[in-house]
Design a protein around this ligand. Structure first.
Ligand SMILES: NC(=O)c1ccc[n+]([C@@H]2O[C@H](COP(=O)([O-])OP(=O)(O)OC[C@H]3O[C@@H](n4cnc5c(N)ncnc54)[C@H](O)[C@@H]3O)[C@@H](O)[C@H]2O)c1
Ligand SMILES: [Zn+2]
Ligand SMILES: [Zn+2]
Length: 361
């Protein structure tokens, strides 16, 4: 029988979010209902609320979550009721041209639940990134559930569902950071700090954190940045070159999503270096660069969708590292909050007061 749960809805462009009653259908073929235990507040939720992703309001927000599978559809074999899972927005299809070429982390045909969650009056909801987990329970495709070691706390596990995975993956998977490399990370929110942590895990020798907020730089240092640059005080391109023998960093990770910070990343890397764009720009933004510089500086300019992660490979591995004490996921959690505090958490995020607020059900 369909269930009624409390959940956070974004009703319209720029309007404050509110807690409402949402109807969650029983899982059909290929689907699962998950009892959400924790869900982090990501900048992308705020992008949705502002209408910067698309206009499919009302949205059911939240997508960085962990919880326990409550029920599965008739044909589901990969997860079962009682499994502790992290929700992912990359349920790999196994059949698209990316999957068939052996690159499932690019899967072009990821899937979500077929049935819709609705408001009580029947209005269909658009779940953020096909998840919608600022909710006591949510309906997803079974492939969006990745089983991990249940001894980890849900509030840290959920973070791997989006921002922290995106940042770690931007460094390790997309940027290919390796032992001895120099890395610069521009923008040290949850995603940028995760890129710092990923670079450290990969053995980078020099990790330069750039932000416009000294509080963010202090956290980035605590997470493993070897140097910090406040780009309000000085030109970050010059500073990064100075810290890398005059050359620029091997890999520069842009975790803001703006043309000016992308340009900084472009010019702050060494010849033949790599730029990784993991920050998400909004639709009106454009970029102008001298084409000769694009050619003459060589190397690669990459974008990182979800850290080019493969949830089935990366989530259990990173949870294991966390449980072994080699990856401090807890450091990303600034505060835990209740479901009705998401709007206030957006304000604190915009003020730069938090790395991650995590809703705990
Ligand atoms: N590619 C992906 O798969 C993926 C996944 C999750 C989030 N994201 C995106 O990553 C970006 C960062 O997300 P977040 O949750 O860390 O956000 P956040 O708001 O927590 O962090 C942004 C950081 O950038 C800093 N910043 C802002 N303007 C700056 C500037 N001009 N120069 C240097 N630093 C600046 C802020 O001070 C802040 O520390 C967002 O665009 C988000 O949508 C991408
Ligand atoms: Zn595919
Ligand atoms: Zn996110």
């Amino acid at each position: 029988m369909a269930q009624e749960v409390r959940a956070v809805i974004a009703p319209g462009k720029g309007a404050p979010v509110r807690v409402d009653t949402v109807v969650v259908p029983d899982p059909g073929p290929g689907e699962a209902v998950v009892r959400v235990q924790a869900c982090g507040v990501c900048h992308t939720d705020l992008h949705y609320r502002e209408g910067a992703i698309n206009d499919d309001f009302p949205f059911l927000l939240g997508h960085e979550a962990a919880g326990v599978v409550e029920a599965v559809g008739p044909d589901v074999t990969e997860v079962a009721p009682g499994d502790f899972v992290i929700l992912n927005w990359r349920a790999v299809c196994g059949r698209c041209r990316a999957c068939l070429r052996g690159r499932p982390w690019y899967c072009f045909d990821t899937h979500n639940a077929t049935q819709k969650m609705t408001l009580k009056d029947g209005t269909e909801l658009s779940p953020a990134l096909g998840i919608g987990a600022f909710a006591e329970k949510t309906l997803v495709a079974a492939g969006q559930c990745t089983k991990v070691d249940p001894s980890v706390s849900a509030s840290v596990a959920g973070l791997l569902g989006c921002g922290v995975m995106a940042g770690i993956g931007a460094a390790i998977n997309t940027g290919g950071v390796g032992r001895g490399d120099s890395v610069a990370v521009i923008g040290c929110g949850g995603v940028g700090d995760a890129a710092v942590v990923g670079s450290r895990l990969a053995g980078a020798a020099r990790i330069i954190a750039v932000d416009i907020d000294d509080r963010k730089l202090a956290t980035a240092s605590a997470m493993g940045a070897t140097h910090t640059v406040n780009s309000r005080d000085r030109d970050p391109v010059e500073a990064i070159r100075e810290l890398t023998g005059g050359h620029g960093a091997d890999v520069v990770i842009e975790a803001v999503g703006r043309p000016e910070t992308y340009k900084q990343a472009f010019y702050a890397r060494d010849l033949a270096g790599t730029v990784v764009l993991v920050g998400v720009p909004s639709p009106e933004m454009t970029l102008e660069l001298p084409l000769l510089d694009v050619f003459g500086r060589g190397g690669s300019l990459k974008s990182s969708w979800y850290g080019d992660c493969l949830p089935s490979r990366d989530f259990p591995m990173l949870i294991d590292l966390h449980l072994q004490g080699r990856l401090d996921l807890g450091a990303f959690v600034t505060e835990t909050i209740a479901l009705d505090e998401v709007e206030a958490a957006f304000a604190r995020m915009s003020e730069g007061d938090v790395l991650r607020s995590v809703v705990v059900m």
